[in-house]
Design a protein around this ligand. Structure first.
Ligand SMILES: Cc1cc2nc3c(=O)[nH]c(=O)nc-3n(C[C@H](O)[C@H](O)[C@H](O)COP(=O)(O)OP(=O)(O)OC[C@H]3O[C@@H](n4cnc5c(N)ncnc54)[C@H](O)[C@@H]3O)c2cc1C
Length: 473
């Protein structure tokens, strides 16, 4: 029986194992799948911590239901009925600017009324669909900042694009690549000649499709509803782990991998374990994969080492509802770097999902650090607490100390798709051809959201199965 080894038990590794097993069963192929995970609990960045009536998300707090991947996975493992969608509050998002919170406008009339962008900034934005704006420079891997300045102007870059980049990637728009981070935006610009034009044309198309009775996929829209589980997002990785049973081996740190003469791989672990594999799927972060593969293919390791990571500190504060005057009606807010605050923003977790705090309590989750503030990961607990309190006083007028504090540090939280990421992926693809049966998956390559990781897992599972079927022909 062919042996498949998956290294890394975050959502990427777990979903790959699950999808590969399901696809192999459907194709009548018998496989021996083993997953090795370093930590004592699989899940990687996914972890939901329950304490004193609060449910704190260590990493992700859910996925968007506007893409099908994670929903389909939940359906296939039989946990669809446990899905817990965020309430309408999650639709209202805010930006802190000039000493106040501004709701992100959801349409042209609200945008015109909003005081988030000044009149000159709005006039500059109004130029976006006109020929005064230069088109995308062909064959240039443009930074998000250059794209923002070119199409929308500096103010929109600072107050809209930069906070979005820090909210998703904890990234710095001056270094991040538009085409690698937001390929759909680059595509819309190319296809329609501008973003406002694209929005108008897509809205018209949607109207036409509805009038013609066509099924309009919710995937066409940008937003979607943030979706999790009553007990937190860890319910997903726990369900996958228990469904996979003996496939998952926790507390096994893979050290090195070598190729054998018969085209199989020999994998060794820190505790002396030795595993053979016909197909090896690496679902570890790029820096870990680089280290593990250094003896197998130094060229692959060299490219992987060039993918930088941003650190992040996640700070959960619990309060009694009466300690807070704000309506807390929303998703939370992001803070542009130019505001000079300590945090990247704060999510109102208990407003999005009502059971994240006990009755009469409130759970706020602030993010610190990211690519723009790399030293914040070194701050002590006391410094972190003081700085978050200071920001919450400024942004939401919270004067009292939280009754509950939890701080989670991620020294290498999120891979940064900086300029050159696309050509790094091309090099990896080329070099992987020299290593038959070696597959890379995970959030380091083509998307960091849970949906992206599951989509990549599906591609990895398909590739593995195809390789195995082709090699037995
Ligand atoms: C703070 C934060 C908030 C986020 N919020 C959201 C959100 O709301 N929505 C969303 O969609 N996404 C969010 N993301 C992104 C998303 O959580 C991640 O991209 C995703 O969970 C990564 O999954 P992964 O399996 O690719 O990697 P990881 O979760 O990093 O898993 C990799 C696994 O490999 C293991 N490993 C490493 N080295 C070895 C080794 N030598 N041997 C064996 N195993 C090893 C690790 O222990 C780990 O379990 C967030 C990320 C962070 C950090």
């Amino acid at each position: 029986m062919k042996k498949i080894l998956i290294v890394g038990g975050g959502i990427s590794g777990l979903a790959t194992a699950w999808l590969l097993r399901s696809k192999a069963e459907a194709a009548g192929e018998e496989l021996h799948i083993t997953l090795l995970e370093k930590d004592d609990k699989p899940g990687g960045k996914i972890r939901s911590i329950k304490a004193e009536g609060y449910t704190c998300e260590w990493g992700p707090n859910g996925f968007l239901d506007s893409k099908p991947q994670t929903l389909n996975l939940c359906r296939s493992i039989g946990i669809e009925s446990s899905l817990h969608r965020s309430n309408d509050n999650a639709r209202k998002r805010f930006i802190y600017s000039g000493g106040e919170l501004h709701q992100l406008p959801d349409g042209a009339p609200a945008f015109l009324k909003s005081r988030l962008i000044s009149l000159p900034g709005k006039l500059r934005l109004a130029l976006e669909p006109t020929p005064f704006i230069s088109a995308s420079p062909a064959d240039v891997d443009e930074t998000l900042a250059d794209f923002g300045r070119r199409r929308l102007g500096s103010e929109a870059l600072d107050k809209l694009i930069a906070p979005m980049v820090s909210g998703i990637f904890a990234g710095d728009p001056e270094t991040m690549s538009l085409i690698s981070c937001f390929p759909r935006i680059a595509e819309l610009e190319r296809e329609y000649g501008g973003l406002i034009r694209a929005m108008i044309m897509l809205a018209k198309k949607k109207k036409r499709d509805i009038a013609e009775g066509k099924v309009v996929s919710s995937a066409a829209g940008p937003g979607g509803v943030l979706t999790s589980f009553r007990d937190g997002i860890q319910f997903l990785s726990d369900a996958l782990t228990s469904s996979l049973g003996e496939i998952v081996n926790s507390s096994v740190t893979v050290n090195s991998i070598t190729a054998q003469k018969d085209d199989t791989y020999l994998v060794t672990s820190e505790n002396g374990g030795i595993y053979e594999a016909d197909v090896l799927i690496m679902a570890t972060p790029a820096y870990a994969t680089a280290k593990i593969l250094s003896g197998l293919d130094y060229k692959i390791s060299g490219v992987l080492e060039q993918i930088p990571y941003a650190s992040m500190t996640v700070v959960c504060f619990g309060y009694s509802r009466n300690q807070i005057n704000s309506s807390l009606d929303g998703f939370g807010y992001l803070i542009p770097k130019k505001e000079g605050r300590n945090t990247l923003g704060t999510l109102w977790d208990s407003s999005m999902f009502e059971n994240r705090a006990a009755e009469g309590k409130v759970l706020l989750r602030s993010m610190m650090g990211g690519a723009c503030f790399p030293d914040y990961i070194k701050l002590s607990d006391d410094e972190v607490t003081t700085r978050v309190e200071e920001d919450l006083r400024m942004t939401m007028g919270i004067d009292s100390a939280p009754e509950f504090v939890r701080i989670f540090r991620h020294p290498q939280a999120i891979p940064q798709y900086t300029v050159g990421h696309g050509s790094r992926l091309d090099k990896l693809e080329k070099q992987l051809k020299e290593n038959r049966g070696l597959i890379l998956t995970g959030n380091s390559y083509r998307g960091i959201g849970l949906n992206d990781c599951v989509a990549a897992a599906e591609r990895a599972a398909d590739e593995a199965l195809k390789f195995l079927i082709d090699s037995t022909k």
